[in-house]
Design a protein around this ligand. Structure first.
Ligand SMILES: *Cc1c(COP(=O)(O)O)cnc(C)c1O
Length: 391
């Protein structure tokens, strides 16, 4: 029965039964009009989630990492300069991917636990009077540290010097859980995946590209084949794919979009905030500290929590799994051994969140943490009781 326990890793997330059933379909000929009838509305509806009218949606069989690769190779050339801040494991991996594609990556180093530094972007862009910087890259939600960055502020930093650089945003662990406004924030490439806010199995990268980004594909000379934007757009316009698509996942995505719209995106975001806030109350009751340095940076999809000095966070997550069969996120990169993560995104309720808080309390007690079981649960319960909507 242990497989009925929810996971508290920040992706892949729990898959609702409705979405699992939607993926259990017989083979559908992907060159048939029936497939086109499924694909086209899914692409249109994804625009509503990215909040873009003018952007184009591309879905590739891949995970989020494939979305990075597709974005970079389709719109940039080896030697192109990109400006990016490193403040966690995911921004770090994106940097590495750019370097391996031969880009000239200028890195702004930031303390892990902080977010995209709009002011430092602004001053660097203002200095770049020859406009050698082709793109600015930001990770909306840094999943390693539980930090949400202010993307609108980064946009303002670019606009402050009227810099023509394109703006790319990784929204893998924020889209469909926290508000994202592609058009309003002037984002040229936004990329996500299926296994986080969309509550689906892993297997597709979802990319939204602005007209400017599509235009840039004409000049971009990074080699690409499988991830070619042009071939993908030409095919999806006709309701098909340049190769065999992940048909079952696209059925699942249909169900996911239906669930998100039935709840209403604003309600989805409010639910994520409320669940996250209850968990933050629990963390405060334990007298433990988030990696995110200030409340404006708190992520509503994942909380990264420092363990007290002298404790090893890997031992805690291993113990929780081996003893209670509940998965929590480990500390990544600089946070290895020092912090664990509670993923609270996607298919998640207050009641599920309480079970995660209770389970990690048991694990902490077993390992001699200075935490009294029940204190975090009580703090979260109090908050959930105060904020519950009854209708
Ligand atoms: C999960 C994630 C990714 C992509 O990882 P995949 O394992 O390739 O799906 C990228 N960026 C962020 C912020 C993520 O959370």
């Amino acid at each position: 029965m242990h497989d009925q326990n929810p996971v508290f890793i920040p992706g892949p997330t729990n898959i609702p039964d409705r979405i699992r059933r939607a993926m259990n379909t017989p083979t559908l000929d992907h060159r048939s009009p029936d497939f086109a009838g499924v694909l086209k509305p899914v692409l249109d509806d994804l625009k509503k989630v990215f909040k873009t009218a003018a952007g184009e949606i591309l879905i590739f069989p891949a995970s989020g990492t494939g979305g990075w690769e597709a974005s970079v190779t389709n719109t940039l050339s080896p030697g192109d300069k990109v400006l990016v801040a490193r403040y966690g494991m995911f921004s770090h991996r994106w940097i590495e991917l750019c370097q391996r594609h031969g880009l000239d990556v200028e890195i702004i180093e930031c303390t892990w636990g902080t977010g995209a530094p709009a002011d430092r972007f602004a001053s660097r862009l203002a200095e770049d009077s020859r406009h050698s910087i082709k793109a600015v890259l930001a990770t909306h939600n840094e999943t390693a540290t539980g930090v949400r960055s202010d993307i609108a502020e980064v946009r303002k930093a670019i606009d402050a010097s009227s810099h023509p650089a394109m703006f790319y945003v990784d929204c893998v662990s924020s889209l469909a859980s926290m508000d994202f406004k592609m058009d309003e924030w002037g984002v040229d490439i936004a990329l996500s995946g299926t296994q986080k806010g969309f509550m689906l199995a892993t297997g597709m990268a979802i990319v939204a590209a602005s007209e400017k980004a599509i235009e840039a594909t004409r000049q971009a000379s990074c080699p690409r084949c499988y991830f070619d934007f042009g071939e993908m757009l030409a095919a999806t316009k006709k309701g098909s794919f340049p190769y065999t698509p992940t048909v079952q996942l696209i059925h699942g995505l249909r169900a996911s979009l239906d669930m998100l719209f039935e709840e209403g995106l604003d309600h989805v975001f409010a639910r994520h905030f409320r669940i996250a806030e209850g968990i933050r109350r629990a963390i405060a009751a334990w007298d433990m500290r988030l990696c995110a340095e200030s409340p404006d940076l708190y992520s509503d999809t994942v909380s990264a929590i420092y363990v007290p000095d002298g404790f090893d966070s890997d031992e805690l997550t291993n113990h929780a799994y081996n003893t209670y069969r509940v998965s929590f996120g480990i500390g990544l990169g600089e946070m290895a051994g020092k912090a664990f993560r509670i993923g609270h995104l996607g298919s998640m309720t207050d009641v599920m969140a309480l079970s995660g808080v209770a389970a990690i309390e048991m694990a902490m007690k077993d390992l001699g943490y200075p935490v009294e079981p029940g204190t975090g649960v009580a703090a979260a319960q109090r908050y959930y009781r105060e904020t519950v909507q009854t209708n």
